[in-house]
Design a protein around this ligand. Structure first.
Ligand code: FES
Ligand code: FES
Length: 992
């Protein structure tokens, strides 16, 4: 034992462990960095997120708060210890219920849930909420997690597989809660590609699903994986759809098993042992000039530093941005920092040296400059220009005009006007940005979490002065994105270090630097007026909104352009003018966040709709129905929607719930004075994909000589389910069972460009590309066999059996020539949604497809305290065709949870809420029961009629809640979030 380390012995997952650890080392760090049990996640290192939860002597604890030395003599159980050769009942229940989306929170929930089930095998909902209350999930909305824990008992009674565990597993006796393959009904996707179609091995699955080759720097899926291989026996696939029936079924997600075993590798889970650590020096000021002191002296004074890098070391163009004409952000600032948290320098070195650096002594001199955080300040005549070429700090503006809105409003029988303000909203994914970079010959390989591998590649290459093909982006599993991981963050930084040092370079952002430096939802200041005739038909609307886009462009142009197109809501509005402006400030960069400004604009429009319905004396839902877009309607951009318009169907589906909820509220309020209940409704529409811009996806599918269907699926699955959904579409379009599909997930060296995971485009655009590709492949095979389109395909190992009527053809695939990819048949197709540019009045066809939805919120307000308790959300969403209904439900519930946060609690204040302690997101107790109604009005463009839904599901929630608060209290809260103090203040003001 050295002076700075102590030797401890304890048990981990039933095995004895002896280690020498620094006394202050966190247990989470010991487990992850030294024992390679990376199933335990780190989301904050501060006890706020719960992602690091493990069991210590059977009790849940945050491993980031526990000194490793304190577990001497204890028994620690991590997610890797739950499976024991077979999935535990709770793991199986999580898969069955779709309770894991991105999966970053899943290990913690599973261990905490296991402890609960050990003491209470049939827990109540309240018990589940209490037991899991300290663990945050940003994706699921918690409802399926609650259901999975409450439903785990169903799996516990399953008979145990008598087969011995595979070699290498700890010899622990089966305990309660373990189940066999036969009772969990898993799909038998042959991800190993070895022909053993009915045997699924966890470790190869993790590697295949990430689309990564075996070996390479720092990883070997099998060797590094601390989870045991888990053999699953080869029977009973109740949930596995037959050929032609994958679409519309809910097989367990194809990437689900690694999520519940802890085998899934996220950005920070597979750093090479020899990687340099990287510390980023960031601006503590909103706006400041800076100069460096003696960097070499700092390096010399700190042994272990391999290099210090500043903007002068950047070999390419120190300027990136997701929309090339607006690119304006340096990877490392040059002499002036424009926002708090901006990166200005990198210090790279050996792990311990970087961990012990005193960064306060880093030689940099700051000169604070005047800063502006509000658009009104930035628009003042004497305001400094954040970017000299952008006058009045205006990044850009979007505009739509149709008819004569002023005349229509002047003639309207009733008009209503209002103003609404919203706040910065933090994405708060549980996985902070993380990854590593290394040189593979002359190619830079960046292995990191992301939503947009090809965009990352191009921007990283530009900054580092490399040709795009000399940068390879290998996405890891992504622990939530919601828009912010569309922008590059650490990619060029670790890439620079790897290039300059020829050593792998690894970096995981701290929670604080993730929140300070990455994008937010735009705060908006909006005004609008809407008018209607005496029949209750909307005749005109004007809208204007200023969106605080922060210091750099990011997705500001998209927000400015998308908002005016959508600010009418899914309602016929013959006379209309809308202006959206993106204005620079020295605030955090505002970028993409589920909805691109539409959720903010919808709050403005939907709250005014309630006021207008009241003036008209109409039922609020009937008023919306009367004005809802229908097939044949023209939108505010003059686009004629010929088919697939499902908003009226959604509102109709809600009607019985609305009637019941109104009656419930009336009953409750008749007997209560201190607390009042209310019910609110709001709608959404959302154009899927880019606004009037090219938006292609390409999907490649090949048949291997062994008879496997290999799907090169580059649409990054950040939890939403594209790995599964696109495989389902492929299977049905090709006419083969889902079990034949072998996934090659996103990797710029392996998969063609399927675009970014954003704007609700993957099911629609990449799904359509997969459908086209699968149909082209089928056509090739049928032509080869000289049969018609009615023929069926059946794979019997390497033998392809093609039947048409009485005729049968057998094709020995192993005997056919292979192409450069090793395929005997292959097809690659691209789909780009047909759109038309908008003219100077915003008229045109911005989207090829829209999705629709409407939600009802029921809630109770404490009139004295201003607190809001949600009772129920009912959500009807038109998804065209639910390719996978369970995943659709998961998206809806998760979007609603984020809408709840936006409505009631989330307000990012730079300098004050840069952690998950002060920045509140909904916990398991904040999400009420959600009833989902799937409406399927097929879209003519979508694959099998499917529409996108990722953004839609969040949009109606906040306005429905605000409308319900108004119904309960008589007051509209005009600054969001509607915190108790704002609700209380609005009530008091109304009383005066
Ligand atoms: S990492 Fe331990 S609570 Fe967040
Ligand atoms: S599934 Fe819970 S954070 Fe993503």
């Amino acid at each position: 034992m050295s002076a700075d380390r102590i030797d401890i012995a304890f048990e981990v997952n039933g095995a004895s462990v002896s280690v020498s650890t620094p006394p202050v080392q966190r247990l989470s760090s010991l487990l992850r960095d030294e024992l390679h049990l990376t199933g335990t996640k780190v989301g904050c290192d501060a006890g706020d997120c719960g992602a690091c939860t493990v069991l210590i002597d059977g009790e849940p604890a945050c491993a980031c708060l526990v000194p490793a030395a304190s577990v001497a003599g204890s028994s620690v159980r991590t997610v890797e210890g739950l499976a024991n050769g077979k999935l535990s009942a709770l793991q199986a229940s999580f898969l069955e219920h779709g309770a894991a989306q991105c999966g970053i929170c899943t290990p913690a929930l599973l261990v905490a849930g296991t402890a609960l089930l050990d003491r209470s095998p049939n827990p109540t909902e309240i018990e589940v909420q209490d037991a899991l209350g300290g663990i945050l999930c940003r994706c699921t909305g918690y409802r399926k997690i609650v259901a999975a824990v409450m439903g785990a008992g169903r799996f516990m009674s399953a008979s145990l597989d008598p087969a011995p565990p595979p070699s290498g597993l700890p010899a622990i006796s089966p305990s309660r809660g373990e189940i066999t393959r036969s009772s969990i009904l898993l799909p038998t996707i042959d991800v190993a590609g070895d022909g053993a179609a009915a045997q699924l091995l966890i470790s190869p699955l993790a590697g295949e699903m990430a689309g990564r080759p075996e070996g390479g720097v720092g990883r070997s899926a099998a060797s590094q994986n601390s989870s045991p291989n888990i053999a699953l026996s080869r029977n009973l696939n109740r949930r596995l759809p037959l050929a032609g029936h994958a679409v519309g079924s809910s097989p367990i997600r194809l990437d689900g098993i690694p999520k519940v075993t802890g085998a899934e590798k996220f950005g920070g889970d597979s750093f090479p042992a020899d990687a340099l650590a990287v510390a980023v020096i960031r601006s503590p000021h909103y706006h400041a000039a800076f100069s460096f002191g003696d960097l070499q002296a700092y390096k010399a004074a700190n042994p272990g530093i391999a290099g210090i890098f500043t903007a002068t070391d950047i070999p390419g163009k120190n300027c990136f941005g997701v929309i090339p004409p607006f690119a304006d952000q340096p990877a490392l600032a040059e002499s002036t920092a424009r926002f708090r948290g901006e990166a200005v320098a990198l210090v790279a070195g050996e792990g311990e040296a970087i961990a012990s650096l005193d960064l306060t002594k880093f030689p940099i001199a700051w000169t604070e400059l005047p800063h502006m955080l509000q658009p009104c300040e930035a628009q003042a005549a004497d305001a400094h220009l954040i970017h000299p070429s952008r006058e009045h700090n205006l990044l850009t503006q979007g505009f739509v005009e149709r008819g004569d809105p002023e005349a229509a409003l002047a003639k309207a029988a009733h008009t209503v006007s209002g103003e609404i303000e919203t706040s910065f909203v933090e994405h708060a994914y549980i996985e902070p940005e993380a990854g590593f970079a290394h040189m593979d010959g002359d190619t830079l390989v960046v292995t990191a979490c992301t939503q947009a591998p090809y965009m990352d590649r191009d921007d990283t290459a530009k900054v580092l002065g490399l040709a795009p093909e000399k940068v390879r982006i290998v996405p890891t599993a992504t622990g939530g994105g919601f828009g912010s991981k569309l922008d590059i963050s650490l990619q060029p930084l670790i890439g620079l270090v790897a290039m300059k040092t020829s050593r792998p370079a690894a970096l995981a952002y701290t929670r604080n630097e993730s929140m300070m430096s990455t994008t937010k939802r735009h705060p908006a200041s909006m005004k609008a007026t809407i008018g209607a005739d005496t029949d209750g038909r909307v005749t005109g609307m004007v809208f204007s909104g200023d969106f605080n886009t922060g210091a750099y462009a990011s997705w500001g142009p998209t927000v400015a352009n998308r908002v005016p197109v959508h600010a009418s809501g899914p309602y016929a509005t013959p006379n209309y003018r809308a202006l959206g402006r993106a204005i620079h400030t020295n605030g955090p960069i505002a970028g993409a966040f589920r909805g691109f400004g539409v959720p903010q604009a919808t709050i403005m429009q939907e709250t005014l709709y309630d006021a207008l319905a009241e003036k008209l004396g109409m039922d609020r839902l009937d008023f919306r129905l009367k004005n809802a877009l229908r097939n044949g309607s023209e939108t505010v951009t003059g686009q004629v929607l010929n088919a697939g318009v499902g908003i009226a169907d959604c509102l109709e589906a809600l009607k019985p719930h609305w009637t019941r909820a109104l009656a419930d509220v009336e009953n409750f309020n008749a007997g209560n004075t201190a607390r009042k209940r209310g019910v609110g409704v709001a709608s959404c529409w959302y154009g899927c994909g880019n606004t009037s811009l090219p938006n292609p996806s390409t999907i490649k599918i090949g048949i291997s000589p062994a008879g496997k269907v290999v799907l090169h699926q580059g649409a990054v699955d950040i939890g939403q389910g594209s790995n599964t959904v696109i495989a389902q579409i492929t299977a049905d379009a090709l006419g083969v069972p889902l079990s034949l599909i072998v996934l090659k997930s996103a990797d710029t060296a392996i998969t063609p460009d399927a675009g970014k995971t954003s704007a609700s485009r993957q099911t629609f655009v990449s799904g359509k590309a997969a459908e086209k590709s699968a149909r082209a492949l089928r056509e090739k095979i049928l032509r080869f066999a000289n049969v018609s389109g009615k023929a069926t395909l059946q794979f019997d190992g390497a033998m392809l059996v093609i039947r048409e009527g009485e005729a049968t053809r057998r094709v020995d695939l192993a005997g056919l020539a292979v192409d450069a990819d090793g395929f005997v048949f292959a097809a690659q197709e691209t789909y780009d949604p047909p759109t038309l540019p908008l003219d100077e009045k915003g008229q045109g066809t911005p989207y090829a497809q829209y999705g629709y939805g409407a939600q009802i919120a029921e809630l109770e307000v404490d009139l004295k305290l201003g607190t809001v308790k949600l009772i129920k959300i009912t959500a009807a969403h038109d998804v065209g065709r639910a390719i996978n209904p369970l995943l659709v439900e998961g998206q809806i519930e998760g979007g609603i949870a984020q809408g709840i946060g936006m409505a009631l609690m989330e307000e990012y204040i730079p300098g004050r809420t840069e952690n998950l302690h002060d920045y509140l997101i909904p916990t398991i107790g904040d999400v009420p029961p959600i009833e989902t109604i799937l409406v399927e009005v097929p879209d003519p463009e979508g694959p099998f009629g499917a529409k996108g839904l990722g953004e839609h599901v969040l949009i109606p929630t906040a306005p429905a809640i605000l409308n319900a608060i108004r119904h309960a209290t008589g007051v509209l809260v005009t600054k969001v979030p509607a915190t108790p103090s704002r609700v209380r203040a609005a009530i008091r003001e109304a009383e005066q």
